[in-house]
Design a protein around this ligand. Structure first.
Ligand code: ZN
Length: 238
């Protein structure tokens, strides 16, 4: 089977928190080092068409999206283009504060994607509650992130197709931190840990989950779809 091509998108270029070359570069680096994928590109908000041209998207099997403060600057034309690609089978990983990205709400049909949050360096314990799911392969039944930003319920999303991880915080809140959705032919995985001031994307458990998420979201084949008025059986009995 062909190795999936990945594009890692970020709203920011340059140093952020513990990431000297940006979060997108850190994510692209560990995916590249795994040797499990095909082309790994990065794309950012300041680039023309936010780096997400038709050519790039048509050659992307899984798009990873990290955004925080500049969701409103993402051009609606590009959101529409990404939306169509997902409906046609491209996988999408939505990370951390991209829970309010335009593309996430567009795909989910929800207005906000809002949640409860507290920016404090507190303990987060991630529990794997669907251990047989491909995204949980090799992930312990629980692991701790020593310093995290609290994301709590109520998280305004439609009921996920699958809930794989739940997080607990030392402040007492809980959160649906890893969940999946299907839209059209595309698979979507949301994973919440990843605040920009903490080195969370360097954690082996988090890298494992993202790597598994890319494999899970990658299209396995391109089905041909018949829709609209059909005057006779497509596969007529002879
Ligand atoms: Zn954050």
């Amino acid at each position: 089977m062909l190795k999936p091509n990945i594009t890692v998108w970020d709203e920011t270029q340059g140093t952020i928190g513990p990431y000297p070359n940006g979060i997108y570069t850190a994510i692209a680096d560990f995916l590249r080092e795994s040797g499990e994928f095909g082309k790994i590109r990065t794309a950012t908000l300041p680039e023309p068409e936010h780096g997400l041209t038709e050519d790039v998207l048509n050659d992307t099997d899984v798009l990873i999206w990290w955004g925080h403060c500049h969701h409103h600057l993402v051009d609606d034309t590009i959101v529409e283009r990404v939306h169509q690609r997902v409906l046609n089978g491209m996988g999408l990983l939505i990370l951390h504060s991209a829970h309010v990205a335009k593309i996430f709400s567009r795909l989910l049909g929800t207005d906000t994607g809002s949640l409860r949050w507290r920016e404090a360096a507190e303990l987060e314990r991630v529990w794997t509650i669907e251990p047989s799911h491909p995204i949980a392969k090799g992930v312990p039944e629980h692991f701790s992130i020593p310093h995290s930003e609290m994301y709590g319920e109520l998280f305004h999303i439609p009921t996920p197709d699958e809930l794989i991880f739940i997080s607990w915080y030392e402040g007492g809140e809980v959160f649906r931190s890893g969940c999946t959705f299907k839209r059209g032919l595309g698979r979507i995985f949301f994973f919440s840990p990843g605040h920009e001031t903490f080195p969370i994307y360097y954690m082996p458990e988090v890298q494992k989950i993202i790597t598994n998420g890319v494999h899970w979201a990658a299209p396995t084949h391109r089905p041909s779809i018949t829709s609209g008025h059909t005057p006779e059986f497509v596969h007529k009995v002879k």
